[in-house]
Design a binder for this molecule. Structure first.
Ligand SMILES: *Cc1c(COP(=O)(O)O)cnc(C)c1O
Length: 422
């Protein structure tokens, strides 16, 4: 990892690339490019520098993107403290960059907490945001001083009382609306409004402090309007706690569901408005968010190599060395829009990106022997040859984090180049 992460673009003179298995310090300098170089340029340069020895598949983590995203978050949501949701992409270099940019962390398990603490992040910057935790993980949290967690059931109160009686609780509620999210976390988590009094009383009886309310409107494609309804709902829970004579709540946790695109602007307007309208009189309110997709999605780009080819008339079929059991698992969902470019290195057209050449409806298979492992169907691609490359953008959210070693193939998780400005 770079020891100094320069957040001011103006101070930057050139762009260095560091290579190493994810998070392992390694000083091999691959190339120097101008600071305007795109991630695609970087990939091209990596392949060009080491055409024969390069391990494939690999991903590039572009820390410049992380810096931009943090700046944009701070501008749009100045009162919302980010707690990066580690499950989205636990790459240690990404965690380290986020830590040095001032992010806090949402961890859901012992291993995630351990990984964040290993970076020297203090336990106060971690929320254990899993409403149903394993007892051994609760004990671990207690032993390292992670003292804030979420809950949505009476059973959880009992576990926490037993293993971590000094832990503060945040009540996770279910947002009311159908939010349009691809991944509806409300199907599994969150208390209904009519369960709130019972859950608050259970914590009170157990001598545990409930300091706030959390929700998650769902991941990927959630309607930003849902934040407003959920923030209003959270406000009613604050009021219920007061009516029950419980200590004043102070934390409003608005969860994840943020996209890295222009949709953040729309979401921010709605969120800032709702906080102002519904929590105007809460003096010591602390608002936190748990962005996962927002920080991970656009920061990783995947490069895969063509390892096989079959031509059936106009239809071209290719095999690549990563697939739906690996980094490309999200392409199974229609929601995910694949952005794929080609780099022709294997063929005689050395170093030519083929943007304007004739394309054919192409099928792209992953490397495993399962026919479900099909990444693209009827996707327009120029004719490729063995050892050419397919490059996929926006490959950071729920990609390597969900990848398996099925059939003995591995994802790009352990083969990550880090691009940063020094
Ligand atoms: C998965 C998860 C997140 C991150 O969600 P994104 O939509 O990827 O931002 C945040 N909070 C909790 C509790 C989660 O489970």
């Amino acid at each position: 990892m770079p020891t100094t992460l320069v957040a001011e673009e103006s101070q930057i003179t050139n762009l260095n690339l560091m290579f190493g298995a994810s998070g392992v310090e390694c000083n091999e300098l691959v190339t120097t490019l101008s600071s305007e170089a795109t991630t695609f340029d970087i990939i091209q340069s990596i392949i060009k520098t080491k055409p024969t020895e390069i391990d494939s598949p690999f991903s590039v983590l572009d820390l410049r993107v992380v810096i931009d995203l943090m700046n944009k978050w701070t501008t749009n949501l100045p009162t919302v403290k980010p707690f990066y949701a580690v499950k989205c992409n636990p790459n240690i270099s990404l965690l380290s960059a986020l830590a040095s940019l001032g992010s806090n962390f949402d961890c859901a398990s012992l291993a995630e907490i351990k990984s964040v603490l290993s970076l020297g992040v203090s336990p106060e910057r971690i929320i254990f945001a899993n409403p149903c935790k394993m007892e051994s993980h609760i004990k671990y949290a207690a032993s390292v001083g992670v003292n804030v967690t979420t809950y949505d059931s009476v059973g959880e109160v009992e576990k926490i009382k037993r293993w971590h009686p000094n832990c503060e609780l945040i009540l996770r509620i279910k947002p009311e609306e159908e939010t349009g999210a691809q991944f509806r976390l409300g199907l599994k988590y969150g208390a209904f409004l009519n369960e709130v009094p019972k859950l608050l009383k259970a914590a009170n009886m157990a001598g545990l402090k409930v300091t706030g309310v959390a929700f998650h409107i769902g991941s990927m494609g959630a309607n930003a309007q849902a934040y407003s309804g959920a923030i209003l709902l959270a406000k009613t829970v604050f009021e219920t706690a007061s009516q029950l004579g419980m200590p004043k709540m102070k934390i409003l946790d608005i969860g994840g569901g943020f996209s890295s695109g222009s949709k953040l602007d729309e979401a921010s307007l709605i969120i800032n408005d709702a906080i102002k309208s519904y929590f105007e009189n809460e003096e010591n309110l602390v608002v936190i968010g748990e962005p996962g997709t927002y920080f991970a999605e656009t920061t990783f780009t995947l490069a895969t190599k063509v390892i096989g080819k079959r031509v059936r008339g106009e239809l071209k079929e290719y095999w690549i060395d990563d697939g739906i059991y690996g980094t490309l698992c999200m392409t199974l969902y229609d929601y995910f829009i694949v952005t794929c470019s080609t780099l022709k290195f294997g063929s005689k057209h050395e170093n030519v990106t083929c943007k304007d050449t004739k394309t054919y409806p192409s099928t792209v298979f992953g490397p495993t022997c399962d026919s479900t492992d099909t990444v693209l169907k009827e996707y327009p691609l120029p004719e490729l040859e063995m050892n050419d490359w397919l490059v996929f953008s926006n490959m950071g959210a729920y990609t390597t984090a969900c990848a398996t070693n099925f059939n003995g193939f591995s994802s790009s998780a352990k083969n990550i180049y880090i691009a940063y400005l020094s």
